[in-house]
Design a protein around this ligand. Structure first.
Ligand code: GLY
Ligand code: GLY
Length: 314
């Protein structure tokens, strides 16, 4: 099996000035994930590394650069899933750690549980030796500006990236198939700008933000979390594939139906067990990139698919 990694950097009204950083970020994330797959590494290691890279980037709403709750704090969610045995882990409303996706993986590997929340998740991080970062150090000036803007304008129509201002950034995610044909998916977010303190998102919910099953597909979603969760978006896409649809048709059809029914937008990336890809968003933009062999594909606009040949990627 020729391995593939496909990543997204968030769906929404990405402002023009944020486009270049988003594109370069998703391209680099895909390259990092692919370099692991190319050496025979697992889909799980690849999606974790790809998401960790974007958690470090200011251009993305995850880890450093996360949007803020109404108290001006970063509270983050993440989940990760392995398709071979449906094992999964997640964290929600976690604070002051740089890499929620790696904490989600530790929940998967070191606890009997699926999801740890808030203070308990932070206590578990400490027990596992995960370094904490100083309070406030994940907060960027863009995120502060976005919260100020939100408080000024109000309204409940916001999404991760909903108000077209420079602080608006997006959830990140990755799906991969490795050389053994195993699938994995990972998703990480700071949530929605101006959310209530303690709000949990689709991104920590297996079946909504993340899903992976070697019998069907791996999926990571982004967009309006309450909507994605009500529609069990990732699992809904997997089910359409199980019933015979291609990865692209399943991704497109389920997102269109969700948006028609619930009047809110999202995006998703999908890799089927055959290695077919699905990339679609009902939001205005979604940054995505994938690498297969020496070809790196990426886009952010509807119907964009730009290709670069990566030389000496080994
Ligand atoms: N990610 C924001 C949206 O749903 O448009
Ligand atoms: N989809 C991420 C969120 O709603 O927080």
């Amino acid at each position: 099996m020729s391995p593939i990694i496909l990543v997204h950097g968030g769906a929404g009204d990405v402002p023009d000035e944020r486009v270049p950083a988003k594109i370069s970020g998703v391209k680099e994330s895909a390259r990092i994930g692919y370099s692991i797959l190319q050496k025979g590494g697992s889909a799980l290691d690849a999606v974790e590394a790809a998401v960790r890279y974007m958690e470090d980037g200011e251009a993305f709403n995850a880890g450093y650069g996360s949007v803020l709750n109404l108290d001006g704090e970063v509270e983050m969610d993440a989940s990760i899933m392995v398709g071979s045995n449906l094992t999964a882990g997640a964290v929600t409303v976690v604070k002051d750690i740089a890499h929620p996706i790696s904490l989600a993986r530790l929940v998967m590997e070191k606890t009997p549980h699926l999801l740890l929340a808030g203070a308990g998740a932070n206590r578990f991080a400490k027990e596992q030796g995960v370094p904490s970062v100083p309070p406030g150090s994940l907060v960027t000036k863009y995120a502060q500006k976005a919260l100020e803007e939100f408080k000024r304008k109000g309204g409940d129509d916001r999404t991760e990236i909903g108000h077209n201002n420079p602080g608006d950034v997006g959830t990140v995610g990755a799906v991969a198939i490795d050389s053994k044909g195993n699938l994995a998916a990972a998703t990480s977010t700071g949530g929605i700008n101006g959310k209530m303190v303690g709000r949990s998102s689709d991104t920590c919910m297996i079946g909504s933000g993340t899903y992976a099953d070697d019998n069907t597909a791996a999926i990571s979603t982004t967009g309006h979390g309450e909507t994605i969760a009500k529609y069990c978006l990732a699992h809904a896409i997997a089910k359409e594939i199980e019933h015979g649809k291609s990865a692209q048709n399943a991704t497109t059809d389920v997102l269109e139906k969700m948006t028609e029914r619930l009047k809110n937008t999202a995006g998703a990336i999908t890799i089927s067990k055959e290695g077919d890809l699905g990339i679609y968003f009902t939001s205005k933009r979604m940054a995505w990139a994938y690498q297969k062999e020496d070809n790196l594909h990426y886009g952010i606009e509807r119907n964009q698919d730009t290709t670069e040949i990566i030389k000496n990627s080994s």
